[in-house]
Design a protein around this ligand. Structure first.
Ligand code: ADP
Length: 282
């Protein structure tokens, strides 16, 4: 292949997207489109190669920007969270009921912002191909138990009960405990968020073939078939979803699970509810 009269070396081809290194060792990105042309019983193909390097570079710049901003914002937010905790302490002076309510609201907002930032930070690390797995032997039941403890207050606020099924004698798995708990927690948070009050959520963990299956079943609003393939895409939210959210949680979950050799999927029916599942190899 030639560019500006100079030879460039093709690294990958036969895919819809490939990279090429030019004479300055600068990586260029291309997409290939093939058009079939039938002419007087002869068949020809036209191959169109588009250079998308500038878009790729913008994408990388955006990822770095998000990573920097979320990292920089975390410190002052964490500091203000600490100050709010001090304000709540009687030793810094007593507060009226209204003032206590205001502080509680500020703390909730702060926590929400910290959560969004940690999702953005996770996302930018994933995009930059920097998922660092900390693999250890873990009991699958521990993952579920820790994730449930973290959302208990959330569930109580909506009077949602959680039923838990853990198969007996499950083997230990080699997994990143924190990331896997994060994913299960994200399933649970969504199940609560998208269910009405006084509902039931069922979690289960069991062995199937050479995998451990983790699942969270809710009786909430469900997801229409047409949106199910998009649900794990970045920033995707089902249209008319009014609940607050970034649309990043499931995209990060997919990356975390696939990085560990597992798979992730949803089964859902509108108005009946959804079951979110992932597997990890034994
Ligand atoms: P968000 O922060 O918006 O919840 P997610 O990536 O976790 O981001 O989810 C993407 C979208 O998928 C949500 O905005 C919502 O529309 C839909 N969704 C996720 N979980 C459920 C569920 N259990 N029931 C119904 N819809 C869901």
């Amino acid at each position: 292949m030639f560019k500006n009269g100079r030879a460039i070396h093709v690294l990958f081809h036969y895919t819809s997207f490939f990279t090429v290194e030019n004479h300055q060792n600068h990586e260029n990105y291309f997409v290939k489109e093939t058009v079939d042309i039938d002419q007087n019983e002869t068949q020809s193909k036209v191959i169109v190669v588009k250079n998308i390097t500038s878009f790729k570079e913008l994408d990388v710049a955006k990822t770095n920007f998000i990573a920097t901003i979320s990292h920089e914002l975390k410190t002052p937010l964490a500091a203000s969270d600490f100050s709010l905790k001090l304000l709540e302490d009687e030793r810094t002076g007593s507060l009226s009921g209204d003032q206590k309510d205001l502080i509680k609201n500020l703390k909730d907002d702060n926590q929400r912002m910290l959560k969004i930032l940690s999702e953005l930070l996770n996302m930018s690390q994933v995009e930059a191909g920097r998922i660092q797995l900390n693999i250890k032997q873990v009991d699958p039941a521990t993952i579920i138990a820790n994730a449930i403890t973290a959302i208990e207050t959330n569930a109580k606020e909506k009077n949602i009960s959680i039923k838990n099924y853990i198969e007996e004698n499950l083997p230990l798995i080699n997994a990143d405990e924190d990331k896997t708990t994060w994913v299960f927690n994200n399933f649970l948070t969504n199940a609560i968020k998208y269910s009405s009050e006084n509902n039931l959520i069922e979690t289960s963990v069991y062995k199937k073939d050479n995998n451990i299956v983790f699942s969270v079943k809710d009786n909430g609003r469900g997801i229409a078939k047409e949106y199910q393939p998009k649900i794990f895409d970045r920033y995707f939210k089902v249209p008319n979803t009014n609940e607050k959210g970034t649309g990043l949680g499931l995209a990060i979950s997919k990356d975390f699970i696939e990085a560990q050799g597992g798979s992730i999927w949803v089964e859902s029916e509108v108005t009946k509810g959804s079951t979110f599942n992932f597997t990890l190899p034994v």
